[in-house]
Every structure is written in C-alpha cells, then in structure tokens.
Design a protein around this ligand. Structure first.
Ligand code: UDP
Length: 257
C-alpha cells in the first residue's frame, strides 16, 4: 500500500497551487552522479547543475512538489573501491559521503536560481545539513522547497536507486523520475545500435524479466510493491523536466500495466 502523504492539496495558504496541466504533482527526481559531470571525466560541472536547477525551478513554478536523490558515481562508488583493495563497507561509506557533496552542490545551484532547498542526510551531519526526518521533509515540500535526500539509505551494500524508491514511497510521491542521458528505455543502447526501439510504456515485470537496466532490481521491486510509476526521461535536455511532469515529450513510463 502507498504511504499516506500529508495533504498534496492542503488548505494551508503557504502551499502553492498546482497548475492544472500537471500530471505528476509530487515527484522524486533520481539522478546519477554521472549526470552532474557534463562533459567532464570526474566531479561536478557547474554549468550542468545550474541548468538542472533552472529546470527544477520551472516545475516548482507549476506547483509540483519535488524531492531529489543523487548518486555519487562522479566521485566514488564502493564497488570500484573494493576492486582496488579497499574494504567494501568503507568504500560504500565514502560513496555515501560523495552523495552529500553532490547534494550540497545541487542545493547551492537551486538556491542561486531562487529555489529554497533543504538537504537531509540519512547519516546525521548536523553541521552540514538536516538529518532525515520524514514529516519535516513533507512540510518543506508542501512549502515549495526542494528536499535533497543525501547519503543514500545510510547503509552499505546498496546503490542510490533503492533509497530513491524508498524515499519516493515514504514521501507519497506520484512518480519516481529517473533523469538519465537518454529520453527513455530502449531495446538496446541507442548510441550503439541504430535499430534500437524506444519503449513508451513498460511493466515492472518487463523491466525485471528483460533485465532492462532501468534501475537496480531492488528499486524496481520496491516501486512495484508500492505502485509508484517510474518515469525515465532525459534530464540533459533543457526544459524537459517541466514538460515530463505535465506528461508531455518523450519518456518511458514503467507501471503495473
Ligand atoms: N551507497 C551505499 N548505500 C546507499 C547508497 C549509496 O553504500 O544506500 C554507496 C555505494 O558505494 C554506491 C555509492 O554510494 O556505489 C554511490 O551511489 P551510486 O552508485 O548509486 O551512484 P550513481 O551510480 O547513482 O551515481
């Protein structure tokens, strides 16, 4: 059963009204760390995060409530650390700390364009950001603030896909938006295979049985169990996020059907 959100449409005057064109009123945006790199080999490209911030602002102005989970593949992944002899759990904690760095950079970019933003970390770090508190996060979102969930789940042996599905469920989101470098899910890699076909819709079972690499299997199962649609879209195309929250443009939606 889907977690009951605090009112998406409350009578509280501090809650922004939602534009009637909006299809998904409360969304969790999941981005991998690689998306933040732009054309760089490592780290964060300021122009890319500024552009993502401008896109998120457009959605906020439509009254959409937005929370974000960001990965850290642009900085560190526990698995690669383990391949180089680092203890896996330590590597995973370094990866989680990497997500906090990305979250702080995104917060700065969002606030530069006038979107109030709070970072909440699954590993408490009180000098840097808030701890994860679900009801406080919901209230921030209702007030039009973006909440960035950092440090993944706070536990090793996960990627950030699973906490993205977990937070989307906890926050009562209408959809989990997976922002990627391509405009949806294809039958093969469209950069390598010109005959690859785009899927407009898929079922959770299709994704799992065809091993379509939308998100990791734990995240897909969690979304399936809680009936949270997964929307795969290109976050690199300027203005696309606001389009897709209205159900327009090109994307793939993964649902029960
Ligand atoms: N991580 C973890 N637990 C979590 C989320 C992340 O241990 O709940 C660690 C893990 O080492 C992972 C790294 O943080 O590789 C970065 O996350 P992810 O690989 O999901 O980054 P992305 O591929 O999305 O950029």
């Amino acid at each position: 059963m889907k977690a009951a959100p605090m009112s998406a449409q409350s009578c509280d005057s501090s809650v922004p009204t939602v534009d009637p064109s909006v299809r998904f009123k409360r969304v969790l945006l999941k981005m991998s760390g690689e998306v933040l790199m732009g054309d760089r080999e490592y780290g964060i490209d300021p122009a890319t995060i500024d552009r993502i911030a401008a896109d998120v602002k457009q959605a906020i102005e439509l009254g959409v409530q937005v929370c974000v989970v960001v990965g850290a593949g642009n900085i560190f992944r526990g698995v690669s650390g383990a391949e180089n002899g680092l203890e896996r759990v330590t590597g995973d904690y370094i990866g989680m700390l990497g997500t906090v760095m990305n979250a702080l950079a995104l917060q700065s970019a969002f606030e530069k364009v006038g979107v109030p933003t709070r970072v909440q970390s699954a590993i408490p770090m009180q000098a840097v950001c808030e701890p994860f508190i679900r009801r406080r996060a919901l209230r921030h979102m209702e007030k039009g603030r973006v909440v960035i969930f950092a440090a993944g789940s706070g536990n090793p042996f996960f990627t950030t896909d699973t906490p993205a599905a977990l937070r989307a469920t906890e926050m009562g989101c209408d959809a989990l938006f997976k922002g990627t470098k391509v405009d949806g899910v294809y039958s093969a890699d469209p950069h390598k295979d010109p005959s690859a076909t785009h899927y407009d819709t898929l079922s959770y079972m299709d994704v799992l049985t065809k091993d379509l690499k939308v998100m990791d299997a734990t995240a897909i199962s969690l979304a399936r169990e809680n009936h949270i649609p997964i929307v795969v879209f290109s976050v690199l195309e300027a203005g696309n996020f606001a389009k897709v929250v209205r159900g327009e443009g090109k994307f793939t939606i993964v649902t029960d059907q």
